[in-house]
Design a binder for this molecule. Structure first.
Ligand code: CO
Ligand code: CO
Length: 346
């Protein structure tokens, strides 16, 4: 029996995230522990927590899991694992070990589908050099899958979303549009080619991008997931106490993302993300509506947004292109804090 996981869920991948506004309300109730060994915690809304073990070693801890983003169980496992591991790369860390997080309906799926999901996850983890050494399962529908990942980083070499500085250029390492394309697929608006390209991008580890960051001693980055390019850029601007300008015309889009958005296919998550960021964002007058909404499109397993001094941006970009990240682009820049944290132009 051929299983179609998309038939089991409305909002797959990172678009299933709770709205950023609601999340901030909830997190107010989370007490922040005071411990000098905690190097990064939820305070800056970074990609992962970092805990110092000694002067040479800190642990990077993160977890991500979500409902299916695609029909095929094996591909879903691959994408979920790549997405979970990404937060370690975004912090400049080396992912080492992981646990499976599995919420699987006990009756509605054949056993082979579960086997394929965890095999996809295990294969992607192995590609990243990550050993899966345990996990936890509960009975839940629709299915959800992901990893809790531990990585290593040198305490002096952590990359954070608070590391953007005025005068930096911003580089994005993968094109955006996964939310629009996956929604377009359900409506019959996306071509197979676009869906395949979106899946290829989502499966792609951010490892080679992270290696380039290390080579250039980059200190500021985040990965682009459920809050969209603009939502994560806003979190970076706030944490770094700077303003960020993004030129949406420079932002690479997957395949026919623009056409699909133009046909009216803009998923609800984009509106939730816009609602969260709107008060802190300046839009240039007459900005193209579709480009504006695409800035807020929830991405699943998106690329890294890297902040680097302008004078080395060209070299960083060349290295990313040479590493096979062919759509890496300089999409904006960082200034001192202006009236609003974020400027979107086209
Ligand atoms: Co992240
Ligand atoms: Co995450």
């Amino acid at each position: 029996m051929k299983v179609d996981l998309l038939k089991m869920t409305e909002n797959g991948g990172c678009s299933a995230k709770i709205s950023p506004k609601q999340l901030e309300e909830i997190l107010k109730f989370l007490p922040l522990p005071a411990d000098p060994n905690i190097l990064v915690d939820i305070d800056t809304h970074d990609d992962a927590g970092v805990y110092k073990v000694n002067d040479e070693l800190a642990l990077v801890l993160t977890t991500d899991f979500f409902p299916p983003v695609c029909s095929d169980p094996y591909e879903f496992g691959q994408i979920a694992a790549a997405n979970s591991i990404s937060d370690v790369y975004a912090m400049g860390g080396d992912p080492v070990v992981a646990l499976n997080i599995m919420m699987f309906p006990a009756v509605s799926l054949p056993m082979e589908a579960y086997a394929e999901i965890i095999k996809g996850g295990a294969d992607k983890a192995a590609e990243a050099g990550v050993r899966i050494i345990g996990g936890h399962t509960i009975d839940d529908s629709p299915p959800k899958y992901g990893l809790a990942v531990v990585g290593y980083v040198h305490p002096d070499k952590i990359v954070t979303n608070s590391g953007a500085r005025p005068g930096d250029s911003l580089i994005l390492t993968k094109p955006i549009g996964t939310g629009v394309i996956l929604a377009g697929q359900r409506l019959g608006l996306a071509t197979d080619r676009d869906v395949d390209e979106a899946k290829r991008q989502m499966k792609l580890l951010n490892r080679s991008a992270a290696e380039v960051m290390k080579k250039f001693n980059v200190r500021g980055a985040t990965d682009i997931t459920g809050f969209g390019l603009a939502g994560h850029a806003l979190k970076m601007a706030r944490a770094s106490k700077v303003s960020i300008s993004i030129n949406m015309k420079q932002v690479p889009l997957i395949g026919e993302t623009y056409r699909i958005a133009d046909e009216g296919c803009i998923p609800g998550a984009a509106f939730r993300n816009l609602d969260y960021a709107e008060a802190d964002t300046t839009f240039t007058a007459g900005i193209d509506y579709n480009l504006k909404m695409l800035a807020f499109d929830a991405q699943t397993s998106g690329g890294l947004l890297i902040s680097v001094p302008e004078k080395i941006a060209g070299n960083v970009l060349s290295s990313l292109l040479a590493a096979g990240l062919a759509e890496s682009s300089i999409i904006g820049h960082v200034t001192g804090k202006e009236d609003k944290y974020l400027l979107l132009e086209d």
